[in-house]
Design a protein around this ligand. Structure first.
Ligand code: FMN
Length: 189
């Protein structure tokens, strides 16, 4: 079967729905962000790519901190909304119940099953985005999203985002197809 050469404007997908939080000029602000990944084991460093034009970036730079909040499917409208309007024009701080962990300048969203509090480790400026590397200070969740003390995807119901072309779509998680670092052992000689 021959391969079709496609346009290069493609990012890895699916990605989890995610909302980044930062304090901008003393007010919590939140925006939709899907370009998020883990970058280091110890310390745990996550990277988020934020467009230079976004209001959120101002707060990340001001406080050298941000949060990553992973919503469940029931928050899909609000998750999309914070990706449609800017905190420069609209006050997005009242949309969610905001809570704080160790740092009073890192707003997090109580309704999101998973919240990660990060302090900036480093920033890399690219032509139109700044990659913000955050060292994880704390991760917050609730018993209702866990099984035997571990986060359970079936319980926190993450939003799954795909963008194979110009159209982005939200989905919910499907069925498990195997254990990682395990199912491949079936091919061991
Ligand atoms: C599905 C979706 C994914 C997005 N992913 C990103 C992203 O990874 N990085 C980014 O800079 N902006 C991303 N955006 C755009 C911002 O969320 C959007 O421009 C937001 O309004 C900026 O808010 P702010 O100006 O209050 O910071 C995304 C938007 C949507 C709807």
């Amino acid at each position: 079967m021959s391969k079709i050469k496609m346009k290069s404007n493609l990012a890895p997908f699916p990605k989890p729905g995610c909302i980044i939080g930062a304090m901008v000029d003393g007010r919590p602000n939140f925006m939709n962000i899907v370009w998020v990944n883990r970058m280091n084991i110890s310390p745990n460093i996550l990277a988020a790519s934020v467009n230079v034009k976004h209001y959120t970036l101002k707060g990340i730079k001001q406080n050298q901190s941000f949060s990553l909040n992973f919503p469940s499917i029931d928050l899909v409208e609000k998750t999309d909304y914070v990706g449609l309007v800017s905190g420069r024009d609209v006050d997005k701080s009242k949309l969610f119940e905001v809570f704080y962990g160790d740092d009073e300048n890192t707003p997090m969203i109580r309704e999101c099953p998973i919240n990660i509090e990060c302090k900036v480790h480093d920033m890399v400026e690219l032509p139109d985005h700044v990659v913000v590397f955050g060292e994880v200070l704390n991760v917050y969740s609730e018993e209702q999203y866990m099984t035997d003390g571990a986060l359970d995807p079936k319980k926190f119901n993450p939003i799954v985002f795909t963008r194979p072309g110009p159209i982005g779509t939200y989905w919910k998680l499907g069925d498990s197809i195997g254990r990682a670092w395990s199912i491949g052992k079936n091919l061991f000689e």
